[in-house]
Write a protein that binds this ligand. Structure first.
Ligand SMILES: Nc1ncnc2c1ncn2[C@@H]1O[C@H](COP(=O)(O)OP(=O)(O)OP(=O)(O)O)[C@@H](O)[C@H]1O
Ligand SMILES: [Mg+2]
Length: 263
């Protein structure tokens, strides 16, 4: 067991776009082993926060600490190898590759990428590729996508593409997985599969999840705690029931878009 119960700590993080503070002195902690939800009105800085954590954007101020290590200025590919993975609000599949090939694209440092190895040690490369393929089949099976293993990813439904995004996080040794609206546009049946896969990965593989979602039913089923963002920082943190009845939270949604919490 790691001595610190928080896998991630964010300390006064800020990101400006011109004059706009998209993330504004934001501080929060993510508990190791949790499935933490992040909600908030459109434009409240949720995706920008993920981009800052995952090294896709550089903050103007503040710190990101992962397992007691300052990772504020660590580039995304290094964070990937430390086990911080993210999915994108819009799925990033390679549409001309099959489901299996998409999964096999993920891990870096394969011997085949090195020209010397490719020329001198073809048997090592063959073995690695066989192992990778086996792993990709296992992942496809876990996500009920095995029957689509040889389908082009471009032909998948929106929901199946979201499952594939989740699958890509399973090809490496993930520790913290950031899901940006993984449930959006996914039909009810697939959303259930997606939820089950996330819960299993959390329980069986010990992944910590942090998920941005708008679907409050999905959040209630999956997440504890739920962090509510407004105007680039944390407005409230509590259980999903506490969030739904909190005056400040309701006001922030009504004030922003005349919408109900979770719309
Ligand atoms: N690359 C960018 N350049 C300029 N402004 C940006 C950029 N990315 C985000 N913003 C602005 O920063 C603010 C926060 O955006 P962000 O995408 O983080 O919100 P969000 O909470 O994820 O919203 P949504 O729920 O709609 O996905 C918004 O006002 C947005 O217009
Ligand atoms: Mg967003």
């Amino acid at each position: 067991m790691h001595p610190d119960s928080n896998i991630l700590k964010i300390d006064n993080l800020s990101k400006f776009f011109g004059g706009l503070a998209a993330v504004d002195s934001c501080s929060l902690k993510i508990k190791r082993g949790s499935i933490t939800g992040i909600i908030g009105p459109n434009g409240s800085g949720k995706t920008t926060l993920f981009n800052l954590i995952a090294g896709n954007l550089k903050p103007n101020d503040g710190k990101v600490i992962f397992n007691d290590e300052d990772i504020t200025h660590v580039p995304s590919y290094e964070l990937f190898s430390k086990g911080i993975l993210r999915t994108f609000q819009i799925a990033h599949e390679f549409s001309n590759l099959t489901v299996l090939e998409n999964l096999m694209m993920v891990p870096g440092n394969q011997s085949g990428e090195n020209l010397i190895n490719a020329l001198l040690k073809p048997s090592i490369i063959k073995k690695e590729e066989d192992e990778l393929r086996k792993k990709a089949y296992e992942v496809a099976d876990f996500l009920n996508l095995k029957y689509l293993a040889n389908e082009l990813a471009g032909n998948l439904s929106g929901g199946q593409k979201k499952l594939l995004e989740l699958g890509r996080t399973m090809m490496v040794d993930a520790k913290l997985v950031l899901l940006d609206e993984v449930g959006a546009g996914v039909n009810r049946t697939l959303l259930k599969d997606l939820g089950t896969a996330i819960l299993r990965l959390n329980k069986e593989k010990g992944y910590t999840f942090c998920m941005i979602e708008h679907d409050m039913d999905f959040i209630s089923r999956m997440c504890d705690p739920v962090i509510v963002m407004a105007d680039g920082s944390v407005l409230f943190e509590g259980t999903s029931d506490e969030v739904k009845t909190n005056e400040k939270v309701i006001e922030s949604y009504l004030g922003k878009a005349n919408k109900n919490v979770g719309d």
